[in-house]
Design a protein around this ligand. Structure first.
Ligand code: RTP
Ligand code: MG
Length: 147
């Protein structure tokens, strides 16, 4: 079963959106396999955002993601990587459609509430970066046969 790494960013935590965001993915039919409230240190932030290290906004991005607690999660389900990306909405909340997390709650590209892995490769990399195998729980829900 496909897995992805999702994270409520510091702005989403401060704005009390953890419950709302978890609820959206639960109701969609995805299964939570791991989650924790945590601080990201400089080293982890730089690794997580390594693909952006040469971008002009890199320092700003690292400062923001290390500025307060985040809620890190691993979710499982059919096509969860791409479906979660569409539920998040476009990177710039001003362009994100209503009904998406960023479209409904975000206003600026720097503070866009949520992160989600953008490919199978980045999902694998990010899950391993944030979670130990023992923190990821494999379990069955009866409800899954109705999805
Ligand atoms: P994310 O990685 O956070 O899920 O977001 P994303 O895939 O939609 O966007 P990505 O291109 O990976 O960019 C990572 C984060 O960098 C910030 N950003 N700022 N100032 C800018 O022009 C700019 N562009 C991107 C955003 O916060 C974005 O989520
Ligand atoms: Mg990205």
């Amino acid at each position: 079963m496909e897995r992805t790494f999702l994270m409520v960013k510091p702005d989403g935590v401060q704005r009390n959106l953890i419950g709302e965001i978890v609820s959206r993915f639960e109701k969609k039919g995805f299964q939570l396999v791991g989650a924790k409230l945590m601080m990201i240190d400089q080293g982890l932030a730089e690794k997580h955002y390594q693909e952006h290290k040469d971008k002009p906004f890199f320092n700003e991005l690292v400062d923001f993601i290390t500025s307060g607690p985040v809620f890190a999660m691993v979710w499982e389900g059919n096509n969860v990587i791409s479906v979660a990306r569409s539920m998040m909405g476009k990177t710039n909340p001003q362009e994100a459609a209503s009904g998406t997390v960023r479209g409904d709650y975000g206003l600026s590209v720097g503070m866009n509430i949520i992160h989600g892995s953008d490919s199978l490769e980045s999902a694998k990399r990010e899950i391993a970066l944030f979670f130990n195998e023992t923190e990821l729980i494999d379990y069955k829900k009866e409800i899954n046969r109705w999805i």
